[in-house]
Design a protein around this ligand. Structure first.
Ligand code: ADP
Ligand code: ZN
Ligand code: ZN
Length: 743
């Protein structure tokens, strides 16, 4: 037999082993081994699992060790995922094993069999037990196997589980199979996810002329290899209906569809729509399902039972084959970017998968990201527009209230007179209203009026957020909680005061003004319980509550025809984040929340309260003028080389003491300077303390690298960082390519 070698990635998360290792394939495993297989290999003095990323004829090391075992019957990684994980490792500075793990089935313990074989009973439970008794003396393991199988109640068990329970070998299983008692298959009972949202029958709507025009383009794009499309459609213009139709069309062509949304919990309507239309061919991949449910859903996709997959960010790795359509709804949302563990942006992954499969990538948004907008201008992405709301409904009228004037006229309250009046009128007409405030909790922070001390988190450099009911202070970064003592820890004065405003305090204030009205509050404190969000959504939909108060959670996706007023209580909160995207975030959020008003037959009104009415984000959002906003924003970013004009690499060095973190950053900077030849439009900034100087007891320093083609330095940067990480033991170094948050 000819000699065969494999390149494998070890299933160990460590910079030191982050490369392909060569092993020899012994003759008896040559039949079994395939690209993408999981294998067991000797590594140093241990045995570890690894993934086969290449098969080779040529020996690359002097004495390659031998593969020990190929445990699964089929490869777990497709060639696509081998390639995708390689790209993700390079492009976003990840370890290869971490990007491989993104493509694997969700499993708590990784050692568990990665492809599921099922043992299915071929006789009734009683007969199996009878056979089990007969075998007890002669073949204990076979007997035990039958017994466990019988107890499972007719539905079969995974082979891995049976083997563990009975100690039986494949040979005993074969013996039972030959006698017709059991069968080895890959059918698997599906746990029905408990939190299934209601279904929506899904009658085909007659498209508006605008929708029809867009649909024709998309339908044509589905048939051929096409550039990605950007569907820029204002809120309520009927984008979702187009997604439904496009998914149905690719299924008819025998292909599959992948639908991505920013957050599952916030899209109950769309889930219901897809489930209603695609029923048994639909799978929801979703992190709040139980591990077992997730596992089942994943395998349904892998086994090609489910052909339409809907999910949030990580669903971009759904094991679909022959993909014909990938939809990224609300493509501008920053939740598509994963910032922890392996970093990636689902939009980039989606683009890559679409290219691989020759699928149409459809990006949808009412406020497209500047990145996508720019790609339209450069011709890489094709623009489709929906400029009107369905049914000729007008966009809501927006009024901006200058809170500075209110203050000068003696109004120290939360609400301007205009918003109070509008709320009053809306309620008296029996219509509903939404109040948006992008900060949870009761108040921003607790301040001592005697000495100016602000209660801070002991581990993070942020002020603690004040919560009423039950009264406590909480850090929203690390979760630290404490109960305020009633006096200032620094000067002992008792003159502590809440400053700023959160949703809890807002709710209290509204209750005081409208004691008779039913009020709901939707934020991440009020929706901790699994179904809380959906229940609130249903209550509001049924008009059992008149006022909905919430954070950005309520900004998207909700379609309540009876909502005629949206009040933005403090637009300044997002505006003042220390991040170059603050203006864009503000524009997007305001447009999204405003889009919740006037979706029915009655006209909608929006009132935005702000201390910065002149700000371009607020002015352009108020006039629904996306293009003016973009022009203004691009003008600001271009000279600074911020995306979409340049790329960013953000290096963060963190350590338990500030001195160490800084030293690490200084060393990193000098290495980068020494080994990279900076070209004209490239700039290295820092080290500087991060905007959040300390998180979870780690001090943080940052270096920012800006440039047009940073990928050209990829290899060298990777080497420097991996090496420094090994050398500076207690300093953590992260590399973030085009981060969405600069904090
Ligand atoms: P978007 O996703 O652009 O915000 P949706 O797709 O949610 O908009 O559509 C807004 C509302 O209009 C929904 O209630 C939807 O059912 C309805 N709708 C969409 N298209 C049509 C149509 N062609 N005819 C009638 N109603 C429609
Ligand atoms: Zn903290
Ligand atoms: Zn004090």
């Amino acid at each position: 037999m000819e000699e065969l070698y494999t390149g494998v990635i070890l299933d160990m998360v460590s910079d030191a082993v982050d490369k392909s290792y060569q092993y020899a394939v012994p003759p008896h495993l040559q039949e079994k081994i395939q690209l993408g297989c999981r294998v067991l290999v000797p590594f140093r003095s241990r045995k570890v699992y690894a993934f086969v990323i290449s098969l080779e004829r040529e020996k690359k090391v002097l004495q390659p060790r031998e593969i020990l075992d190929v445990p699964d019957p089929t490869p777990i990684l497709t060639p696509e995922f081998i390639e995708l994980s390689a790209w993700l490792a390079v492009y976003f500075y990840n370890r290869r094993i971490e990007t491989i793990r993104l493509c694997l089935p969700p499993a708590g313990e990784r050692v568990r069999a990665l492809t599921e074989e099922y043992v299915l009973p071929q006789l009734s439970t009683d007969m199996l037990l009878e056979q089990s008794t007969c075998l007890k003396k002669r073949a204990l393991r076979q007997s035990l196997l039958l017994e466990h199988l019988a107890r499972a109640g007719g539905e079969g068990l995974p082979w891995s589980e049976l083997r563990r329970k009975s100690g039986a070998t494949k040979k005993s299983l074969r013996a039972l199979e030959e006698r017709g008692l059991v069968r080895l298959g890959d059918i698997q009972r599906e746990r029905i996810p408990r939190s299934v949202p209601p279904q929506d029958g899904g009658e085909e709507l007659l498209f508006t002329p605008e929708q029809s025009a867009v649909w024709e383009e998309i339908n044509r794009g589905l048939g051929v290899k096409s550039r990605p499309f950007l569907l820029h459609g204002i809120t309520g213009s009927g984008k979702t209906e187009i997604y439904y139709r496009a998914a149905a069309a690719v299924l008819e062509r025998g292909r599959t569809a992948l639908i991505l949304v920013p957050e599952i919990a916030l899209t109950p309507q769309m889930i219901a729509g897809f489930r209603g239309r695609f029923a048994g061919r639909f799978a929801l991949l979703h992190s709040s399902l139980s591990m077992g449910e997730r596992y089942d859903q994943w395998w349904r996709v892998k086994r090609r039972e489910a052909r339409v997959v809907l999910g949030a960010r990580s669903a971009v790795f759904a094991p679909l084959e022959n993909i014909g359509l990938i939809v990224l709804d609300e493509e501008h949302e920053h939740t598509y970017r994963q910032d922890d563990g392996p970093r990636y942006h689902a939009r980039d992954v989606a683009r890559r998968r679409a290219a691989y499969h020759g699928a149409l990538l459809l990006l949808g948004s009412a406020t497209p990201s500047l990145e996508s907008y720019r790609q339209v201008a450069e011709g890489q992405v094709r623009l489709l527009e929906l400029k009107k709301r369905v049914g000729g409904r007008p966009l809501p009228s927006v009024q901006v209230v200058n809170m500075r004037h209110e203050f000068h006229r003696g109004n120290r309250g939360i609400f301007s007179r205009a918003l109070l009046r509008a709320m009053d009128e809306t309620l008296s007409r029996d219509e509903q209203l939404i109040l948006f405030l992008n900060r949870r909790g009761y108040a921003g922070f607790l301040l001592c009026r005697n000495c100016g001390y602000v209660m801070q988190c002991p581990s993070c450099s942020v002020s603690l957020t004040y919560h009423a009911e039950p009264e406590h202070l909480q850090c929203h970064f690390c979760g630290y909680r404490t109960i305020p003592s009633g006096s200032c820890p620094r000067c002992r004065s008792i003159y502590l005061r809440n400053f700023g405003l959160g949703t809890q305090r807002l709710e209290q204030a509204v209750r005081r003004i409208f004691p008779e009205t039913v009020i709901l509050r939707m934020d991440s404190d009020a929706t901790v319980r699994k179904d809380a969000h959906r229940k609130m959504w249903e209550t509001f939909k049924k008009k059992e509550a008149s006022i909905l108060i919430g954070t950005q959670m309520i900004a998207k996706g909700l379609d309540f025809p009876n909502v005629t007023l949206v009040g933005v209580v403090a637009a300044d909160i997002t505006l003042n984040l220390p991040d170059f995207r603050a203006g864009e975030r503000t524009f997007q959020l305001l447009t999204q929340v405003a889009g919740r008003a006037g979706r029915g037959d009655k006209k909608g009104n929006v009132i935005i309260q702000t201390y910065n009415p002149e700000h371009y984000s607020i002015r352009t959002a108020a006039s629904h003028n996306y293009h003016n906003f973009v022009r203004e924003e691009l003008k600001r970013r271009e000279p600074l080389l911020y995306p979409p004009f340049g790329q960013l690499l953000l290096f963060t060095c963190s350590a338990p003491c500030a001195e160490k973190a800084k030293k690490g950053a200084v060393e990193l900077r000098s290495r980068l300077e020494k080994e990279i030849t900076l070209t004209g439009p490239e700039e290295l900034l820092g080290p500087a303390p991060a905007p959040l100087q300390k998180i979870r007891d780690l001090y943080r320093f940052q270096i920012l690298f800006k440039g047009k083609h940073l990928e050209t330095h990829n290899q060298i940067i990777r080497e420097i960082v991996w090496e420094l990480r090994g050398k500076l033991k207690d300093t953590r170094i992260t590399v973030d390519f085009n981060p969405m948050m600069m904090l």
